[in-house]
Design a protein around this ligand. Structure first.
Ligand SMILES: C[S@@+](CC[C@H](N)C(=O)[O-])C[C@H]1O[C@@H](n2cnc3c(N)ncnc32)[C@H](O)[C@@H]1O
Length: 213
């Protein structure tokens, strides 16, 4: 599954959806052409980046364009993809202060997804989908969260996703890769390795259980 396919599978049928940090506007384009949304907002902090989306989508009457930092407008659902987890957290914190947090968030950070899961929980969101995507050799977390009914996660869930206890070959591949990296300097990474092994054990245990059935 590509990142765009992950987004396609996670977005719901809200009235207004925003592609935050849209750059070339690939996600906004999918949303606009799908016909599933009344309004699609393509926004970016950089006018130069937004112009790429304007070129790809200008003329589509459903699409509005905005140069702004984060979620500087009202929307029902926001997709934030291709940014680091801490940038995503800053965007969510600012949106919370300005009362702009949407009901649904679809987030694909390329790193530090644990920080995103913690901030979502602090802001009162419940994560209802959480999986790994691999595109051109790089791993991304794909997370969907809905406002309300938040529940704290276990440390392993914050770190590796809410589905860490369910066997998923791609997650196992991701964890095995991480383990190899940290095993280069095991003494410096003792705590991290312990958590990775625990997650791999959880994957293995679920796989073993499923094989018994
Ligand atoms: C790597 S691109 C990702 C583009 C697209 N979302 C994707 O996933 O393919 C990151 C984009 O986020 C924009 N960006 C970074 N920080 C932002 C912020 N605080 N608010 C809005 N856009 C931001 C950048 O200008 C850039 O266009």
């Amino acid at each position: 599954m590509t990142r765009l396919e992950a987004v396609e599978s996670l977005i719901t049928d809200a009235q207004t959806i925003a592609d935050v940090g849209c750059d070339h506007g690939l996600i906004a384009k999918y949303c606009a052409l799908s016909g599933r949304f009344q309004t699609v907002i393509a926004s970016d902090i950089s006018e130069k980046c937004l112009n790429k989306a304007r070129s790809a989508l200008g003329g589509n009457e459903r699409v509005r364009f905005a140069v702004c930092d984060g979620i500087g407008y009202d929307c029902d659902e926001a997709v934030i993809a291709g940014m680091g987890g801490y940038t995503v957290c800053d965007i969510l914190t600012a949106a919370d202060k300005n009362d702009r947090l949407p009901e649904i968030l679809v987030l694909l950070p390329h790193r530090d997804a644990d920080a995103v899961r913690r901030r979502l929980t602090e802001l009162g969101y419940r994560i209802d989908k959480d999986f790994i995507v691999k595109e051109r050799g790089k791993f991304y977390s794909a997370i969907r969260a809905k406002k309300g009914d938040a529940k704290p996660l276990s440390e392993l869930q914050y770190l590796f996703g809410t589905e860490v206890d369910k066997y998923e070959p791609l997650l196992t591949e991701y964890l095995t890769g991480l383990q190899k990296i940290y095993e280069v300097a095991p003494k410096h990474n003792e705590e991290k390795l312990k958590l990775i092994r625990a997650a791999l054990n959880a994957q293995g245990a679920d796989r073993a259980n499923n094989n018994k059935e």
